[in-house]
Design a protein around this ligand. Structure first.
Ligand SMILES: [Zn+2]
Length: 208
């Protein structure tokens, strides 16, 4: 533990933990979150801070590019997290939280270079973002003024939502109205959040 972390941990114990002793005591026995957040591993994204959420409120799965892989009977930590959240914890809402300046989405447009560090697994993982890249390129072809990176980030969120809808147990819950799916795009520089509107097929700002 470096000094920064040690100081941070001491402050947590002294301030936050002390103030919320009862909360932690009840959480020590079980959790009952109602919302699952699937977001990017990016260090700038902190769902609990963004939503002012307490421990126990958000079940979070993180990966490079906030990707939901297709439903396939293969090993996958994101698929296992979704399965556990929905089938064991019975969460009521899944939010795909994407963001601006996402390195995973931008990487789709990088040229291969000889001096590239080893990114074998990253490259394999990023194949899940190819459909979002294709959709963004089509839109930019029609309207070159649009920001291709932001479009890719947003299409990537929509692709993840579509894939979630193909998970059989989520499909069943959607039909029975027992779960809702949401797609959010968070702008790091402004703090703005836009939410995907399924009927308008667009991301709309939630605060004017
Ligand atoms: Zn990202």
């Amino acid at each position: 533990m470096d000094k920064l972390q040690k100081d941070g941990y001491s402050k947590f114990l002294k301030d936050y933990f002390e103030t919320n002793r009862e909360l932690f005591s009840s959480l020590s026995k079980s959790q009952k979150p109602e919302t699952m957040i699937i977001t990017c591993s990016d260090s700038r994204i902190n769902p609990a801070l963004l939503l002012n959420a307490q421990p126990g409120e958000l079940f979070i799965a993180r990966n490079i590019g906030n990707v939901v892989p297709p439903y396939l009977p293969i090993k996958g930590s994101t698929q296992a997290a979704i399965e556990y959240a929905v089938n064991a914890l019975s969460i009521k809402r899944v939010v795909i939280l994407g963001h601006s300046n996402c390195g995973a989405c931008a990487h789709m447009y990088h040229k291969q270079s000889e001096n590239e560090p080893e990114l074998l697994h990253v490259k394999e993982w990023l194949k899940y973002i190819i459909p979002a890249k294709s959709a963004a390129m089509l839109e930019v072809h029609a309207n070159p003024k649009q920001n291709i990176f932001e479009l890719t980030e947003k299409h990537n969120i929509v692709t993840s939502l579509q894939r979630l809808m193909e998970y059989p147990y989520i499909q069943n819950r959607l039909i029975e109205d027992r779960i809702t799916l949401e797609g959010w795009w968070y702008d790091i520089g402004t703090g703005k959040v836009e939410i995907y509107d399924f009927s308008k097929r667009d991301f709309l700002s939630i605060i004017d």
